[in-house]
Design a binder for this molecule. Structure first.
Ligand code: SF4
Length: 483
């Protein structure tokens, strides 16, 4: 089995426990509801404009499947083309190796500060925290990432990391954490954006090293691409002398032509825009134009392991648009922190256990964090069948628990009883003889209000109507005999 992923992929506590705390936060729920509903409405409007949306989804899925089926060849092709144009590739097996490579590269420049473009890969490996231990300060330049960093908080959404904070909370963070901020700062979005621009501008102009992620890598040209909304990414990708990109190996696409499909799918699915404001593409080094030292850290960190799971591997097709989060009824109520890992929401519920292995106790409750309503599958631009993978992972979890326990659990006994009862009509007949007992337990109001053991969870929020005095089959028999 290939090595498991490390870094910020693990929950601190099980999903039900974490969700329980998060649900107490009514402000968080109100913020989330407002934000997810407005993004999802925008998405529906712009998706509805395209008559060939379903064909685009099919194309996106097919391109990703093709890339994954020959991932080794695509990666080698990308390496050849990226290197031929002056870029330098570094291979990292896991989070620790990736962090070490980036640290060494920064130290070689003599710099102790870096500016960062928003990147899930660097969050996954905990790069900022690692750099801090090495005496290197990392400055997030995406507005939402900056808010989260200044508040010493964790992102809770792939695309809108500060989705759990409202404007007033953001203003308070800026007043508290930004030196030189206007003490009369209001919570108007334009004023907040202006404050962050002033705060970051000096960093853009003076910092010699930038760190980025990448939305895709194109194998046939050796090109990397970043899609963003604020222009901070463009500044980081063009102004510093050294550019270090950290990217998961699954981001490689076969050809330049493929971005035609993804540049239609991604902006519409993520921010609900026809086209995102900034798309930066770079191919190695261009003399006297942009960074002259261009590095790419290609990271596995559990991806080969996920690829070896023939049911789960399509999770690697994810383009991190976050559409699945914005439509998920569970995410809307609990928010992203309840998932523990860098990857929240429906995609996080499958990706984190696939990267770390379902045996990782911290993540084995994630596949249950879903009602299996299927909204995520309908919204996904690359048609990842998230509900199917959730069910598959639940099965893997049950299998992995087998043999760990000395005594059968209540669930084991319940399932065994169910299998016995439903295995033969005779057995079911026998069980149905106990129906009058159920009636007795229901009492006068004809409702069973409390069941014992694990079934108590079911009756905690609902009653069971008293069973009828005879089963359907007995009733059917007596009807026929009566005729
Ligand atoms: S799983 Fe699909 S919908 Fe969810 S973030 Fe990934 S690409 Fe977007």
């Amino acid at each position: 089995m290939p090595a498991a992923g490390e870094g910020n992929l693990f929950a601190d506590e099980s999903f039900p426990k974490a969700a329980h705390h998060e649900l107490q936060n009514t402000q968080l729920r109100a913020n989330l509801r407002h934000a997810t509903h407005s993004i999802r409405d925008k998405r529906l409007r712009v998706v509805g404009e395209l008559p060939d949306w379903e064909s685009l989804r099919n194309a996106g899925e097919a391109i990703k499947n093709q890339a994954m089926a020959r991932l080794d060849e695509r990666l080698e092709e990308f390496e050849k083309n990226f290197t031929a144009r002056g870029g330098i590739i570094h291979w990292a097996r896991d989070a620790a190796e990736a962090n070490q490579i980036v640290t060494d590269l920064i130290k070689q420049t003599g710099s102790t500060e870096v500016v960062k473009v928003k990147s899930m890969a660097t969050q996954e490996i905990g790069l900022n925290e690692h750099l801090e231990t090495q005496g290197i300060a990392a400055f997030e330049t995406d507005l939402a990432e900056l808010i989260v960093q200044l508040d010493h908080d964790k992102p809770s959404h792939i695309l809108v990391p500060a989705i759990h904070k409202n404007r007033t909370e953001v203003r308070d963070i800026f007043l508290r954490e930004m030196p030189d901020v206007d003490p009369n700062l209001t919570n108007e979005p334009a004023k907040l954006a202006e404050a962050s621009r002033k705060h970051l501008r000096k960093k853009f102009l003076s910092t010699k090293v930038a760190i980025s992620g990448a939305n895709f890598a194109l194998a046939d040209t050796g090109t990397l691409g970043v899609v963003e909304s604020e222009g901070n990414g463009r500044m980081c990708l063009t102004l510093p002398e050294t550019l270090i990109t950290v990217m998961g190996i699954e981001k490689v696409l076969p050809s330049w032509q493929d971005i035609e499909v993804f540049m239609q799918l991604l902006p519409r699915s993520s921010t609900g825009e026809r086209m995102n404001p900034y798309t930066s593409l770079w191919t190695g080094v261009t003399e006297n134009d942009g960074p002259q030292n261009v590095h790419l850290v290609l990271m596995d960190n559990g991806r080969t392991r996920a690829l070896s799971d023939r049911f789960g591997r399509s999770a690697l097709n994810c383009i991190r648009c976050s559409a699945c989060m914005n439509v998920c009824p569970v995410y809307e109520r609990t928010g992203g922190h309840a998932y523990g890992s860098t990857y929240p929401g429906p995609i996080g519920a499958i990706l984190s256990p696939l990267l770390t292995g379902i045996e990782a106790e911290e993540n084995n409750s994630l596949p249950y964090a879903s009602s299996l309503c299927g909204a995520c599958f309908d919204a996904c631009p690359v048609k990842i069948n998230i509900p199917e993978i959730l069910v598959h992972l639940r099965g893997e979890d049950v299998d992995s628990q087998r043999g760990k326990k000395l005594l059968p659990t209540q669930m084991d006994l319940l399932m065994k009883g169910g299998s016995w009862a439903l295995g033969k009509g005779r057995n079911l007949d026998l069980l149905e003889k106990g129906l009058p007992l159920g009636k007795l337990a229901a009492g006068r109001d004809k409702k069973i209000k409390r069941l014992p053991g694990i079934a108590a969870g079911w009756t905690a929020s609902r009653d069971i109507p008293a069973p009828p005095s005879k089963s359907f089959r007995d009733w059917w028999k007596s009807e026929k005999e009566g005729k």
